[in-house]
Design a protein around this ligand. Structure first.
Ligand code: TRP
Ligand code: SF4
Length: 400
């Protein structure tokens, strides 16, 4: 029930570019080999800022899913779904709202940053202030313990952890907790019970976090516990409360920043992006006209790769040998910029060939994507419903 589970989402902003690919998708594709993964289109999150332009959302969602599948998200391994098709996310958002201090939300750095970055949008709406509460619900509703995100999202995961802690603190209280926990330990069987106790002691007396992890995976591997007992034993490791909503960890994606064609961060709205399914001719054209070190006016002027966005692409796409060739050739004016760009062009086209190939069957048959996503929504909904039953009960809303 609390097995290793990865969850991540993206706001539907339309077609993906290679920045999304290297920054997130490649990592997701790796994670799906190893863990149960859930990936979703955060359409409600898109509305928190773009509430005035709803007409682009649905199309963006489908384009985004085709890109995910083309990039290599495997629907037999990962569950892909649409946030608003799992309305339990809204219910948990509402309920978490009860215990979300407004001060915590106002202090989330992205709140003020986005308002400054998007001055022509009115972001003084309740939905936008609640953005990280909804994100917390997205994560906690699946009891996901790993959330692959970029640096800019870490503060949201931190808030998620704080809300989970607060939730468990308030709603995980239970009369006779310790006694019930001790009874639950017995149900583990004598061998596992002994190991659980040893791990717990090691954590509580020496702060041994590896023992804590070991105890948690021991619990994850135990099939015969009721959900309530599992929550007690998770909680008993650290204190005297049931863990109804476990705290997730951010999985920071270590990727070099993908520069856009003008050297700024790659973004569709800046018009400096290379799309994930870019036509090979367009890749060639875009890179050939891409900015270089402004100091290299003539072929004979030496340049500095550090001042050139093409170098940023070489760092992603080229091996050491080519990189050495670039540095030497650039700083001595031994190579021209077009020459320097060619290996990047070739590498991008090579990388995108299988992506185009995989996309084709989804483009030919849109029903295929619809069905994959419908299945995903259904699967996600079952998982969400399990948690919600528990949450409703804990919050006094169980009527049967
Ligand atoms: N806020 C994330 C972003 O802008 C998208 C998102 C929504 C998300 N809910 C999430 C990411 C849950 C991870 C987990 O990129
Ligand atoms: Fe940039 Fe390469 Fe030209 Fe140097 S040679 S300025 S690294 S494109």
């Amino acid at each position: 029930m609390f097995a290793d589970r990865v969850l991540s989402g993206m706001r539907p902003t339309g077609r993906m570019h290679i920045g999304h690919y290297h920054g997130a998708l490649k990592n997701w594709i790796k994670l799906q080999e190893e863990y149960e993964c859930l990936f979703f289109a955060a359409d409600w999150h898109a509305l928190t800022t773009h509430y005035e332009t709803p007409e682009t959302i649905a199309e963006s969602v489908w384009d985004m899913f085709i890109d995910w599948l083309a990039a290599g998200i495997d629907p037999t391994r990962a569950t892909i779904f649409i946030q608003s098709r799992v309305p339990e996310h809204a219910e948990l958002t509402l309920l978490l709202g009860m215990i979300s201090p407004i001060g915590w939300l106002e202090r989330v750095p992205s709140y003020k940053e986005q308002q400054q970055k998007l001055p022509d949008r009115d972001l003084s709406n309740y939905g936008f202030l609640g953005y990280p509460v909804m994100q917390s619900a997205d994560i906690l509703i699946y009891r996901a313990n790993m959330v692959p995100v970029g640096e800019d999202q870490v503060s949201h995961i931190e808030l998620t952890r704080e809300l989970a802690r607060r939730f468990n603190h308030i709603y995980g209280r239970e009369p006779g907790f310790e006694e019930k926990a001790r009874l639950a330990i017995k149900k583990l069987g004598s061998k596992k019970a002994k190991r659980y106790q040893q791990f717990r002691t090691a954590f509580q007396e020496k702060g041994d976090t590896e023992a804590l992890d070991a105890a948690r995976s021991l619990l994850n591997d135990t099939q015969n516990l009721s959900l309530g007992d599992q929550e007690r034993l998770f909680g008993f490791l650290e204190g005297s409360r049931r863990v109804i909503l476990p705290e997730p960890q951010p999985l920071l994606t270590e990727t070099p920043r993908v520069p856009g064609l003008d050297g700024q961060k790659m973004s569709k709205s800046y018009g400096n992006a290379i799309m994930l399914r870019e036509d090979p001719a367009a890749v060639t054209e875009k890179i050939r006209t891409m900015q270089t070190d402004p100091a290299r006016v003539r072929r004979s002027d030496p340049g500095n790769p550090e001042k050139c966005p093409v170098w940023g692409l070489h760092q992603i796409y080229s091996g050491k040998e080519t990189q050495d060739w670039v540095v030497k050739g650039c700083t001595t004016a031994g190579i021209g910029c077009l020459e320097c760009k060619q290996p990047v062009i070739d590498a991008i086209i090579r990388e995108q060939k299988p992506i185009h190939d995989r996309a084709q069957k989804y483009l030919d048959d849109p029903a295929l994507v619809r069905n994959i996503v419908a299945d995903g929504c259904e699967r996600a909904r079952k998982l969400a419903e399990e948690t919600m039953r528990d949450v409703r009960q804990a919050m006094g809303l169980a009527y049967d």
